[in-house]
Design a protein around this ligand. Sequence first.
Ligand code: GDP
Ligand code: MN
Length: 416
Amino acid sequence: MKLQEFHARELLAAAGLPVPPGRVAATPGEAAEVARELISGGATGVVVKAQVLVGGRGKAGGVKLAATPEDAERVAGEILGMSIKGITVRKVLVAPASDIRHEYYLGAVLDRAAQRILVMGSAEGGVEIEQVAKEKPEAIVRVHAHPHLGLLDFQARQVALALGLTGPFLADAVAIAKGLVRVMVENDADLVEVNPLAIVHQRTTDGTEEDRLVCLDAKITLDDSALPRHPDLEARRDLDEEDPADIEAREQEINFIHLDGTIGCMVNGAGLAMTTMDLVKRAGGEPANFLDIGGGARADTVAAAMKLILADPRVEAILVNIFGGITRGDEVARGLVEARSRQSRDVPMVVRIVGTNATEAQTILREASFRTADSLEEAAAQAVAVTRATRDGAGAAPGARAVGTGAASMAEGAGR
Ligand code: GDP
Ligand code: MN
């Protein structure tokens, strides 16, 4: 799960890192109000930043400076409602404008292969780090944190010195680098990134001027599997930016992952779901999803799963594979009958149910004229055959089939 910048900033600030203040606004009027407060508190102006879960907001016109509250109101009006990489901006962060002297990159990321947290830094900040990595890999310093003790002092100094942060900035850079790793561990994050970490020129009210190192942007990605340990972070989930199917699946406690194929799969048990996908592939098809309805699923879960699968317009057939243990076959069969009666479009379905109450399940399915299969191989082969028949039946040329207007089918057409 990705956190919005303003939430990520809160976590960094809570860990004692230097983050400028700021507040979120959902309307131009609110933005003006926040700007008024910040400017009367001594800020020379404000920066208005789109809060969307994608990078490159600056380049897209989603980060703008404003000198007065009226300016902030106008700029917020431009940014709110704009679309950045397909996402509509609904909120902006209003923060004091910084007088930037240099931009650095500093980030911590989980290096799964090394089983360590990798700290990366670069004096070429502000731009996308992937670009620096590609064009100038030597401009990035990489250090693995200690697996139990975090980033050690000498390691943090190594990073800071490689960025050219010496003198008064060294101690701050060390504290920030160590802090990023701490934030990562404490929140079970797999990415904590500050880009830019900037040297900012500041003028205090008593007239003194100084340059300080400040986190001007923050990006945090959390490990979804660890979220149950962090209800406070889960509460910061931005539902506006999530796929409605993912929200529905989470609410129903269905383990669902959307894929690119045409055969929707409904299975109980993660291992069986993987096996089912493998067999669909072996039979020459492509699974449209991974879906585990869990143990002991009842009729309403089955209906919810069906709705999830059918929400994908590319699905041409559904393969149901249930191994009844705690889950009762007849319960699933009843769920299927009910789901089909409510289903929005007619998609062929092949059902294989074995185990607990399989005989009762067969009776229910037969009465409702469902297509059934005894073995998984047979079920997979039938599902694939059905999608082929649908395509041939439509009389369409390859690549111009009736269902499936996705990139995959277009590429298929272009190749012939
Ligand atoms: P991103 O493009 O989504 O990564 O958004 P950032 O928060 O990193 O902002 C993009 C760029 O806007 C930064 O690299 C800065 O150059 C610039 N920027 C952000 N905040 C300020 C600010 O307070 N003052 C000035 N002058 N520029 C800023
Ligand atoms: Mn940035």
